[in-house]
Design a protein around this ligand. Sequence first.
Ligand SMILES: [Fe+2]
Ligand SMILES: [Fe+2]
Length: 244
Amino acid sequence: MLVTKNMCNLIKDSNFVLREYEEKKKELNAKLVCYVEENIFPRYKRYYGHGLTHIKDVINKCLLLGEYYSLDKNMCYVMAAYHDIGLNVDCDNHEKESGKILFSDANLKTYFDEEQIQIMKEAVEDHRGSRKERPRNFYGEVLSDSDRDFDVALLARRQLGVSLKNYPSLKTFEEHFERSYNYILENKNHISLWTNNEILNKRLEQFKKEFLDKEFARSVYKKEYEKIFREGIVDKILHYYEDF
Ligand SMILES: [Fe+2]
Ligand SMILES: [Fe+2]
């Protein structure tokens, strides 16, 4: 299956995520959003795979699940916005560092009480997908599930970034695609969702179906690859971003 013009509208890529975020944030506390956008988002500037596309994608999914389960949407927003912020302190233990930053942010105390801050801190600390133990609270389950890639285009974007930076011996699109594709093929069946949410499960099934159609996946990866070169993103991947 090749990517046609009509299908491009259906593919959830970076632009789709950013537009969806702009819509969803209208339902939140405007002052809180302003604080996060001015003070927290700039701290993701040096990240590509964990940059604002990823953060806003996780926010969008947390808000979706938050609505489904009637959770506090401002809490969903904050935990997602802070969840990877500790990467620039200690990459391997970034969940703990992100939790510390959230917990010690005095400004958040004007919006949330102590119990809410504790819940968000634990959720952030427990978000890593490879973690074997169930997150300590339900917000943690929501955050961990939202941190997964459910879209081929977003996965392609992240994987190609890693590939271009860490595998300089690979020279062509085909080589980068084959490495990335096989890596996911070996790991795709290990994804399970703590919430077992029906909407996310459907998206996961759809993702697996699309990904297994290798020609389709190749078309999507190719489009992302061309964008990385056309827009000069490759120079930033090699010399500026810090998250690989
Ligand atoms: Fe993370
Ligand atoms: Fe993340």
